[in-house]
Design a protein around this ligand. Structure first.
Ligand code: G6Q
Length: 555
């Protein structure tokens, strides 16, 4: 039995939870303005640093006592033991009997992490070396397509954990990428995703990476088969009478998977299959072979930097005292707001256009990991788990949904993410961007009173409309510059935050049974869409929807 949290006792029945509940009740009326007025060193006291990131959490409804109580809760939940257990390769994913070892994906050569007595670090590096050798061949042009042309387009086909990380990372690191190559991502079973991705590509110069741990996922396999048909049709046209070599598919398709049998059956040479392991969850896999498109884009050396960034945050999480541990603080603040202050969502707002898909990536990381209602002991939870995660890059969001964040009826805690140095080479733009981060966090925290509005000479009837309550919490996370290294630290920060919260909530953050039912029902419905007779087996709504589609689909 793996060492887990104190699962015998529901977390809300512990004295630490109850102490936090009464602390929250006692301090309900306390404002951020009052907290700042009371302590001139507040910003300094509530700022933590690790792995090159600086996190200012002073604009939260916390004081030293709140943090002490939250840390006591983490201790009660067995956080330290669980962190050690994860790094030791214990099978914390108890519903699938698997270790949870994304930290091994970035463990340096020479270190050792064992699963069932086998050191996995050498295997990780073997795959990384194969990925690097392959990437060099493709990037240098020595890897040729079936008609002898070099590869200029890379299309990653995958979904969920086999897509969101690669897309996010490519967009985040495009500045560091090989600009003479095109990178595209196809995930949706909606055929338009594939059609739009390849419409201007030459099949002879296109390489597909089929990224699928299982190699059975409906969307990915449908897209992979469509891609093969598109490729072969295009190549045949180009080759004309000289015909195609028998290994045409193998020259344009590689796979990232754990399922060698299905990869081979598809026509991909298993020499061009890059493996990973059952101890890597999909949403924790962007730094495994699933990151092959990232490595092709930025090159092996920069991919190594990315891994170093992940590892730096891993080490911080593993060794820093809980009170100064960034992912721990972040996770506990989330618990505080979710469970004791009652805020149902978290907006993640990167002030960096390159991080345009970061919030979407986090939606899966957080909500698929901690959107659970059953404890490790199999009991229904009596407390809320994952809040809704959402967000868009600033400053764009300011001109869209920030109205609600400032004056809506629900409090939306915000994570602002920004970097000191710009990549654009347009420092003036960067000052404007970063000034907006600070201004937003300040406005949320301190608002604007009626008296201030009146003093501006605003007409009496408009005063209530122009008043800002303030007292709204946010965190500001700052890095030096967006680089492969800092991206690694940022992703690992959130990975370990999720771990911290899952530990406190006593849930398994590493399975995802909640996605199964819809998949099973879709399989049943697929043939029914082509049925000759009306479908009657479902509820009246589902029957009617299917039958409307049957009769209108025009086939
Ligand atoms: C992630 C999930 C899920 C998974 C996709 C794709 O943690 O497990 O999003 O990544 O369903 O699965 P395959 O990689 O097996 O195609």
């Amino acid at each position: 039995m793996p060492r887990t949290a104190d699962t015998d006792r529901p977390i809300d029945q512990t004295p630490e939870w109850k102490a936090l509940a009464s602390h929250a009740r006692r301090n309900r009326a306390r404002t951020l303005a009052a907290l700042f007025a009371k302590d001139r060193r507040r910003a300094e006291r509530f700022t933590a640093e690790g792995a090159g990131l600086r996190m200012d959490y002073s604009k939260h409804h916390v004081d030293a006592e709140t943090m002490r109580l939250l840390l006591a809760l983490a201790t009660r939940a067995g956080l330290k033991g669980r962190i050690a257990a994860m790094f030791k390769g214990e099978k914390l994913n108890i519903t699938e009997q698997r270790a949870v070892l994304h930290v091994a994906l970035r463990a340096p050569k020479g270190s050792s992490i064992k699963v069932d007595g086998v050191d996995v670090v050498p295997e990780v590096h073997r795959v990384l070396e194969r990925m690097a050798a392959f990437s060099k061949r493709v990037r240098s042009g020595s890897w040729k397509g079936a008609t002898g042309k070099r590869i200029r387009n890379v299309v990653n086909i995958g979904i969920g954990g086999s897509d969101l990380g690669p897309v996010m990372a490519y967009k985040a690191l495009v500045h560091y990428s090989e600009r003479s190559m095109n990178f595209r991502f196809v995930s949706n079973v909606d055929g338009t995703d594939f059609v739009e991705a390849v419409r201007d590509l030459d099949p002879a110069e296109t390489l597909f990476i089929v990224s699928s741990k299982t190699f059975t996922t409906l969307e990915t396999m449908t897209n992979a088969h469509t891609a093969r048909t598109w490729l072969l049709a295009g190549l045949k046209k180009a080759a004309g009478r000289s015909g195609l070599p028998s290994d045409a598919t193998a020259r344009h398709f590689v796979a990232v998977s754990t399922n060698a049998k299905e990869v081979e059956a598809f026509g991909i040479d298993t020499a061009n299959m890059f493996g990973f392991w059952d101890w890597v969850g999909g949403r924790y896999s962007m730094d495994s072979a699933i990151g092959l498109s990232t490595m092709l884009a930025i090159g092996p050396a920069r991919f190594t930097e990315l891994l170093r960034g992940f590892h730096a945050m891993d080490e911080h999480f593993r060794t820093a005292p809980l009170a100064r541990n960034l992912p721990v603080i972040m996770g506990l603040l989330g618990v505080w707001m979710n469970n004791f202050l009652g805020y149902p969502s978290l907006a993640v707002l990167p002030y960096d256009q390159y991080l345009s898909r970061f919030s979407a990536y986090l939606q899966q990381l957080e909500m698929e990991s901690n959107g659970k209602h059953v404890t490790l002991a199999g009991k229904r939870v009596d407390w809320d788990t994952c809040p809704t995660i959402w967000g868009e890059p600033g400053t764009n969001g300011q001109h869209a949904f920030y109205q609600m964040i400032h004056q809506g009826t629900r409090i939306v805690p915000c994570d602002f993410i920004t970097f000191c140095k710009p990549i654009s080479g347009l420092p003036h733009h960067h000052d404007l961007l970063v000034a907006n981060v600070f201004a937003q966090a300040e406005a949320l925290a301190f608002g604007k009173s009626k008296a201030e509005v009146r003093a501006e000479g605003v007409a009496r009837e408009l005063v209530p409309h122009k008043e800002f309550d303030g007292n709204r919490p946010s965190t500001v996370i700052m890095g030096e510059r967006l680089t492969p290294f800092s991206l690694g630290t940022l992703v690992a920060l959130y990975e370990h935050k999720v771990f911290t919260q899952g530990t406190v909530w006593q849930i398994n953050s590493f399975d995802q049974w909640g996605v199964e039912l819809g998949k099973v029902l879709a399989k049943k419905i697929i043939p029914e869409l082509a049925a000759k007779k009306p479908v009657v087996d479902h509820d009246s709504s589902t029957n009617a929807l299917i039958n409307h589609y049957r009769t209108h689909r025009g086939r």
